[in-house]
Design a protein. Structure first.
Length: 286
């Protein structure tokens, strides 16, 4: 049987990159960390770490177990929080991960509504990309995530999704009524390499590859560049609710993304999480 303490040690070594750093994070001595790793190897019959210069690194077997260990430890820690919350919402905590426009437009009114109903309810809000949010959810670092999905994306194993609303995509330029194809020769403003996949897909559907001249994930910067005539871009409707610069025109495209609530594991959700989800559903209908 795998020991939870030893799994926590392996997860810490993977997260922090060394025995020394893991020991500091766990408030253990280095020999204690090494002892737990050795005992975990004996229990599994697998070589989990190997020497690398003056330090160590995980073997492929160690990496596999470390990923699962992070999930297990995260879920156990979340269970501790859930049990504490069963005494009521007097001391509940909701940890929410969401992308920027959802965090600015959807989360604040829901949190404000709950704060009025449950003054002692606490919130931890994190601005995070949906892919990272799902990883944090699986690891037990957050209780729920607000993510977006397109129709061609596959669901994540073990994640429960609840539909909130559609979010239409808009073309931002200096004239209304334009299409993506109207700008096949234009310069484009795109998000970072990890965040421009949707833009490339939209343009590919219109029959061209955009010439990306500027890179920014900041909605204000992107609109400033559009206003100056330096390029065009696309943006979701939620982002437009947060900011639309003078001189920038938004034309709705026949493309939407779905805004979803994501939770991990089987229901029911912890009490604090459940009431936050209810509040979030109410504000999305406004």
């Amino acid at each position: 049987m795998l020991d939870l303490v030893r799994l926590r040690v392996l997860a810490a070594v993977a997260a922090h990159g060394s025995v020394t750093a893991a020991a500091a994070a766990l408030h253990y001595t280095q020999p204690t960390v090494s002892h737990h790793l050795a005992r975990l190897e004996a229990a599994t019959g697998a070589k989990l770490v190997q020497k690398a210069g003056r330090g160590i690194r995980l073997t492929p077997e160690g990496e596999v177990l470390a990923r699962r260990a992070a999930e297990i430890v995260g879920r156990v820690d979340a269970a501790d929080a859930e049990l504490a919350a069963l005494v009521g919402l007097r001391s509940g905590l909701v940890r929410v991960g969401a992308f920027s426009s959802a965090l600015s437009e959807l989360v604040p009114p829901a949190a404000a509504e709950l704060r009025r109903e449950h003054p002692n309810l606490q919130f931890e809000l994190t601005d995070v990309h949906p892919r990272v949010a799902v990883q944090q959810l699986r690891a037990g670092e957050i209780d729920l995530a607000i993510v977006f999905r397109y129709d061609d994306e596959q669901p994540d194993d073990g994640i429960r999704y609840t539909y909130l609303r559609d979010d239409p995509i808009h073309l931002l330029s200096r004239r209304t009524g334009e299409t993506l194809a109207d700008h096949r020769e234009s310069d484009w403003i795109a998000g970072c390499v990890n965040c421009r996949h949707e833009l490339l897909q939209h343009c590919a559907g219109a029959g061209f590859t955009p010439r990306i001249a500027f890179t920014s994930d900041d909605v204000i910067v992107k609109q400033a560049l559009v206003r100056a005539g330096l390029g065009v871009t696309t943006t979701p409707g939620l982002a437009l609710r947060a900011h639309l610069a003078d001189g920038v025109r938004a034309t709705e495209l026949p493309v939407v993304r779905r805004i979803l609530l994501a939770t991990y594991g089987e229901p029911p959700d912890p009490p604090a999480t459940a009431v936050f989800i209810t509040a979030l559903k109410r504000v999305t209908l406004v």
